[in-house]
Design a protein. Structure first.
Length: 193
């Protein structure tokens, strides 16, 4: 498991909060808005933070951002249905995927397949819970079927997965850079094997 210093934990927590505030709210990337980083953030919380309290703190922060976006900035409340509560287990799935990978992490390229598998698995579960609850429990679809839901998954999941890959790819590059600068021996050892 990767362990951060207390100072690094605070810095990373603030940085992830800032990224969440900058990217969350519209839920759709446009030329003037970054894609939502929430899924990747919850994965990173699971990976970097040993304290479980960060999960409810960031869950509450996500809800607060949505509330502010809707009440203060005129963002459409289309996504706020009874299914909104299912974001708790959906985001928790990403957090658990990060925790799972953290337990297997080594600063070596051979763990990259585990990183990718945990991120994709977390994203699939997150998508099934969040989109499934929105589709089957939401108020916007009069006629629901597994066939239509599957077609909606094919339509929307690739963009969500691309956002997760983008943010986790950036985070992985930053991680490698920082570890390489702080611990050059570990970086040389991981490349030499």
């Amino acid at each position: 498991m990767f362990i951060l210093s207390k100072r690094s934990t605070v810095i990373l927590g603030v940085a992830l909060s800032i990224v969440m505030w900058m990217t969350r709210g519209l839920h759709v990337a446009t030329p003037t808005h970054l894609p939502d980083a929430s899924w990747a953030i919850f994965f990173l919380l699971g990976f970097y933070f040993r304290q479980s309290m960060v999960l409810p703190i960031f869950l509450a922060q996500a809800a607060l951002i949505d509330y502010v976006a809707i009440t203060q900035f005129g963002v459409d409340s289309y996504c706020v249905t009874p299914a909104y509560a299912f974001l708790l287990p959906a985001y928790s799935a990403m957090w658990l995927a990060g925790r799972w990978y953290a337990a297997r992490y080594q600063f070596h390229a051979r763990t990259l397949p585990l990183f990718a598998a945990s991120a994709v698995s977390g994203a699939v579960i997150c998508e099934l819970i969040s989109s499934g609850s929105f589709y089957f429990l939401g108020e916007h679809f009069a006629d629901t079927s597994l066939t239509v839901f599957a077609s909606r998954l094919v339509q929307y999941f690739p963009a969500n997965l691309a956002s997760v890959a983008l943010y986790l790819g950036i985070a992985a590059l930053i991680h490698v850079l920082i570890v390489s600068l702080k611990h050059p021996a570990a970086a040389n050892q991981s490349h030499g094997q």
